[in-house]
Design a protein around this ligand. Structure first.
Ligand SMILES: [Zn+2]
Length: 127
């Protein structure tokens, strides 16, 4: 069953809430909390993180994780806009609502996700 409007609304609310939290966290960690998230203009959706992060002496692994999640969630918002949200990018089946609730930025159904993880074995698995 495709996602209903109320299900999408619920996920949307969840994603937005999480984005706000992440932005606060990232901004705080980058020490730019008072600068209107100027870092985000530089991070964007594909900016070079290493150049931003090497400017800082902090341990950035946590921030990196946050930024990856932030990007993933922004991607979800985009897909909701494009009405491609909730559809597995690999097999095109509908991703169950329960899975999206647990992981709003899931790109794949569980089967394809497991296959992708086996395939990639990368230190930064895409979701
Ligand atoms: Zn799939």
């Amino acid at each position: 069953m495709p996602l209903s409007e109320s299900q999408i609304d619920e996920l949307l609310a969840r994603i937005r809430q999480r984005l706000v939290l992440l932005e606060q966290e990232i901004a705080g960690k980058l020490g730019e909390a008072s600068e209107e998230f100027s870092a985000f203009d530089r991070i964007g959706d594909s900016g070079d993180l290493s150049s931003i992060l090497t400017e800082s002496e902090l341990d950035m692994s946590e921030v990196l994780r946050d930024i990856e999640e932030w990007r993933g969630l922004r991607g979800s918002l985009r897909r909701i806009d494009e009405s491609t949200y909730g559809v597995c990018v690999d097999c095109g089946c509908e991703i169950p609502f329960e899975r999206l609730q647990a992981n709003p930025m899931a790109l794949r159904c569980i089967d394809c996700q497991m296959r992708a993880e086996r395939r990639e074995h990368s230190p930064h698995p895409t979701l």
